[in-house]
Write a protein that binds this ligand. Structure first.
Ligand SMILES: Cc1cc2nc3c(=O)[nH]c(=O)nc-3n(C[C@H](O)[C@H](O)[C@H](O)COP(=O)(O)O)c2cc1C
Length: 198
């Protein structure tokens, strides 16, 4: 069984619908650690050794957050800047994360249609996530296709719950090593694994 660390960031969690529902679906699972960054560090003063120890204790790292300004809420950047230190996460002797997997779980206001070259947002989600992909790569981690919930403002309650169920299934499959990593090459979002598996 793989150990999964969810680095969760939502600066207004009390107003959240989508991320709250996703988190409810995974929070009690065995082998999953939820690291709620805004709750833990409301003043942004991070305990770097604690965060690095958490990383070394897990096999899969998930950056889970709403999509803000085509990226992540600020605390995720702060976490990356401070925790992914040279000599720990990258560099000749920085091999603490080597061989681990990383993934993003994001929720977006925009629909899938607006995230393409001809759409209003001009780039795909995977293009916007390039800094995460390359950061993982620099740290010698494998970056998986993201779990994405689109159109958060227009989703009906039962659709939100379906996404949450799918998120739980994906986490379960990752934890139990049920995904053949070659499947990642042919999909845009890891959500598609559920359809393939059904
Ligand atoms: C500050 C801010 C920036 C946002 N930026 C984007 C964005 O760049 N692209 C997008 O599709 N949605 C954007 N949104 C919409 C959020 O992604 C959306 O409200 C969120 O995913 C809903 O999840 P929740 O119910 O858990 O809050 C933004 C929202 C806020 C408040």
């Amino acid at each position: 069984m793989k150990k999964i660390l969810i680095l969760f960031a939502h600066p207004a969690f009390q107003k959240s619908l989508i991320n709250k529902t996703l988190m409810e679906a995974v929070k009690d699972m065995d082998g999953i650690t939820i690291n709620n960054l805004y709750e833990k560090y409301p003043d942004f003063f991070m305990n770097i050794p604690v965060e690095q120890k958490l990383l070394t204790e897990h096999d899969i790292i998930i950056w889970h957050h709403p999509f803000y300004w085509y990226s992540a809420p600020a605390i995720i950047k702060e976490w990356m800047d401070l925790v992914l230190q040279h000599g720990f996460a990258y560099g000749t002797h920085g091999r603490a994360l080597e061989g681990k997997w990383a993934m993003s779980c994001i929720t977006t206001g925009g629909s899938k249609e607006v995230y393409r070259a001809e759409g209003k947002n001009r780039f795909t989600i995977n293009q916007f996530l390039a800094p995460f992909k390359q950061s993982a790569n620099l740290c010698r981690m494998k970056y998986l296709p993201p779990f994405v919930v689109h159109g958060s403002h227009t989703l009906k309650r039962d659709h939100v719950q379906k996404y949450a169920d799918d998120y739980r299934s994906v986490i379960q499959m990752l934890r139990d090593n049920k995904i053949n990593s070659e499947q990642f090459n042919s999909i845009e979002y890891i959500n598609e694994i559920i359809k393939q598996d059904a």
